[in-house]
Design a protein around this ligand. Structure first.
Ligand code: DGJ
Length: 751
């Protein structure tokens, strides 16, 4: 049993393999949070002594004793305007203008399996391990009831949470905030690890001590955004890759979000996570309910590395759906950096033929194939083949590409429309735009109003038509601007505060319908690279284009940061041309491969521009990638070095779940004169077992055997044997690697 109710103490305890989580129905029915931490039995109510704290008020019924205040006690789901001045999880305003939420326990219910949240991405329970708990709280003044939903995944150290708000009263109410979860950690000191970024440099880790007051991770862009990824981690001070307590907060939400962390007057921490409350106001009619997006709490008492592995497994097993969730993905070649929008059918076929000769399995036609799309100022919304570039349509092109033995994939950006498009001319009222205001433009495009069911239906019909008519195996779903004009002509004035949220619900509805109707199609998410890289999108798209920056050295930082929360199988990563189109840097083809193959792998270049030697190298890369495909989609990932900014080389390791195989990747991105050899400690191996170094590949622009490079006599010896313990505790030493961004890959196999 992973959920226990203790009748005597009125405690509800959730246990996973390594963690325990406890709440208690306290005085007056207030639901107190008692504990979340390393697994422990018993009731934690002894921790909370009566306290008369100045300027922390008392509930009316306890006014005489004064030793009890909502402001000083940990709450399970904090209300508002009820004497707790810390962050609220719920804020309700009645139609009479009464603001607040004073939440008291009503009942609870435990059930086997995982609760569901219709219309929202949700964790699944494929292994049948989950148990669910619903605790109902009520606010008498507004008639609002809150169902706090918990699903415990005991084997995976994950607890999924959500809150469903019901209006049980007889008048409408407004929700001004409806968080997915509140987590109070009244004791100890915590640091916040968050992931900031920008277009072309997403998810850069930033770890900060938490000052008094509020610190947050947020986006008001209507999308999770390049700038602050919704994933955040609370770390105990000193927690590192291998040691210490960490709690990961992973929202399954792709719109505006906020995870706010407050350190209160006594040093206690409260975290509230959910839809960003700014620009949010949801009207609930009597009898209606609103479900806050699901958010995962993941626990590790063995550092950030373990936390990442917990989340990687959970995302692969319980979030991603469909046949590609855990399966090797086809090696693709994407036309974007090969031709941009400058192509016709012949040029595409030439690129596709070149791709086939390299061993590629899937050819992806990126932007530029539809309507009058000769540049990015026009034609979004006109999802029919360009009459000038593809006069015969898509079908004959796809047939020819299929005849080459390649599958075909297509780029779309369904949520957007250009002013210069047939769609906009026909339906100017289908965009988000506020009356009396010029709409904000982003990449010269407008955002379709996905609050409007007919727009979602039209998009479904258009895309389903394409997928039914043509043999399309893959869709790249792009989104190249943020939301700005949060006004939907479809909604009445009192519902305009719902626009940003309804937009995302419309998108989820569309993606859900399409992915259910076409389960054999692999969907890759994208938003100008990694602008909507989140666990909500991963429920529909098992991979997301990680960044528009394909420079392998830049990618080391981006993929390093991304790896804290998301598995390698989710990170779209391609080998592109040198010099790189974003940075102008030239790096060895092998290093571009080593970086990209630690992701959902592909190419983004013109095969016609390659030398014969490069083509041969790519053929062997693809063979290699296929061979390690299992490790890449199922292996345990270990970061062996810190953030690339802090060093001059990066190393990471993939270990198969049965610990029989390990693939070590190393890139030296900053050459050094008189360098020391590279030493690292392997992890995750079987200490008792013997491992042989079965393959060693060194990539660089300096020939092997060059004595200065240290790649000759001191190159790693093939078939050398080591114990797992030796590789982990003594480590492994590599020659220093020489030249511009050289790299190495070493494959160890258990004997
Ligand atoms: C942004 C994407 O991230 C790129 O890969 C490419 O698809 C362009 N959009 C096309 O406009």
């Amino acid at each position: 049993m992973s959920i226990c109710f203790d009748e005597k103490n009125k405690t509800l305890t959730l246990h996973t393999r390594s963690s325990s989580y406890q709440m208690q129905c306290g005085p007056l029915g207030y639901l107190l949070h008692l504990y979340y931490g390393k697994r422990a039995e018993g009731s934690f109510d002894y921790l909370y002594l009566p306290r008369d704290c100045g300027f922390s008020p008392n509930p009316h019924a306890l006014r005489d004793t004064r030793g009890w205040s909502l402001d000083t006690l940990p709450q399970e789901y904090s209300g508002a305007c009820c004497g707790d001045y810390r962050l609220s999880a719920l804020e309700v305003v009645t139609d009479r203008g009464v603001r607040g939420a004073d939440l008291r326990y009503v009942r609870h219910r435990c059930s086997p399996g995982k609760y569901t949240l219709p219309g929202l991405p949700c964790a699944l329970d494929p292994d049948g391990e989950a148990e669910s708990l619903t605790v109902t709280l009520a606010d008498a003044a507004s008639g609002v009831e809150v169902e706090l939903c918990y699903a415990v995944f005991p084997q995976q150290d994950v607890i999924a949470r959500s809150a469903v708000i019901h209006n049980r009263g007889s008048s409408p109410v407004y929700l001004e905030q409806a968080a997915s979860l509140c987590l109070d950690l009244p004791f100890g000191t915590w640091e916040l690890l968050r992931f900031h970024g920008r277009h072309c440099m997403e998810r850069q880790p930033e770890r900060l001590p938490l000052p008094r007051g509020i610190t947050e991770v947020s986006s008001l862009r209507g999308m999770s955004g390049h700038q602050q990824n919704p994933f955040a981690v609370l770390c105990a001070p000193g927690a590192g890759e291998e040691e210490g307590t960490c709690i990961g907060v992973m929202p399954l939400w792709s719109g505006s979000h906020r995870t706010a962390v407050e350190v209160d007057q006594s040093g206690g921490l409260r975290l509230v996570s959910g839809i960003h409350p700014a620009q949010f106001r949801w009207r609930l009619e009597p009898g209606e309910c609103f479900a806050a997006p699901e958010t995962l709490l993941a626990f590790s008492d063995r550092g950030l590395g373990q936390l990442s592995r917990v989340l990687h497994r959970f995302i692969r097993n319980n979030i991603c759906r469909g046949p590609f969730a855990r399966a090797p993905r086809p090696v693709l070649l994407n036309s974007w950096e090969a031709a941009y929008m400058d192509f016709d059918a012949d040029r595409l076929l030439t690129i596709a033929r070149g791709a086939r000769d390299l061993g590629v399995e899937l050819f992806v036609l990126d932007d530029g194939w539809f309507g009058a799309r000769d540049d990015d100022n026009r034609a979004l919304g006109d999802w029919f083949p360009s009459p000038t570039k593809l006069p015969g349509g898509l079908e004959p092109l796809i047939e020819k590409i299929n005849a080459l033995g390649l599958k075909f994939g297509l780029w779309v950006e369904p949520e957007m429309v250009s002013e210069d498009s047939a769609l906009y001319r026909a339906h100017p009222d289908w965009v988000l735009a506020a009356p009396g205001r010029e709409p904000v433009m982003g990449r010269n495009q407008l955002v379709l109003d996905l609050c409007r069911p007919e727009v979602v239906d039209w998009l479904y019909g258009t895309l389903a038509g394409l997928l039914s008519r043509c043999s399309i195996s893959y869709i790249k779903w792009d989104c190249n601007r943020c939301l700005a004009d949060l006004y939907s002509p479809f909604l009445p004035p009192e519902r305009q505060g719902e626009v940003s949220c309804r937009y995302m619900l419309g998108l989820y509805r569309l993606l859900d319908r399409l992915t259910r109707a076409f389960p054999q199609v692999l969907f890759e998410g994208c938003a100008g690279g990694g602008g909507r890289f989140d666990a909500g999108m991963l429920a529909y798209c098992p991979q997301i284009w990680c960044s528009d920056d394909t420079d392998p050295v830049e990618r080391l930082s981006i993929q390093y940061g991304t790896s804290f929360g998301y598995p390698l199988s989710a990170m779209g990563a391609h080998v592109s041309a040198a010099p790189n189109h974003q940075t102008g840097r030239s790096s060895p083809l092998g290093t571009r491969f080593v970086t990209a193959m630690s992701g959902a792998f592909g190419y983004e270049l013109d095969p016609g521009a390659l030398t014969e030697a490069e083509k041969e190298e790519i053929r062997s890369q693809i063979r290699r990638c296929r061979r390690f495909a299992g490790l890449l989609c199922d292996g345990d990932y270990y970061r062996l070095t810190g953030a690339p900014e802090q060093g001059d080389w990066s190393a990471w390791l993939l270990v198969s779940p049965d610990r029989s195989e390990a693939l070590l990747s190393v890139v030296r991105f900053h050459p050094r004169a008189n360098p020391a050899p590279l030493h690292l400690f392997l992890r995750g191996l079987d200490p008792e077992a013997a491992y042989a170094l079965e393959e060693t590949d060194v990539y660089g622009n300096v020939v092997r055997g060059d004595p200065v490079a240290g790649q000759g006599e001191d190159a790693p010896a093939l078939h050398a044997r080591f114990s797992g313990a030796a590789l982990m505790y003594g480590g492994y030493t590599l020659p220093p690697l020489f030249g511009d961004a050289p790299s190495a890959q070493l494959y160890f196999q258990k004997q």
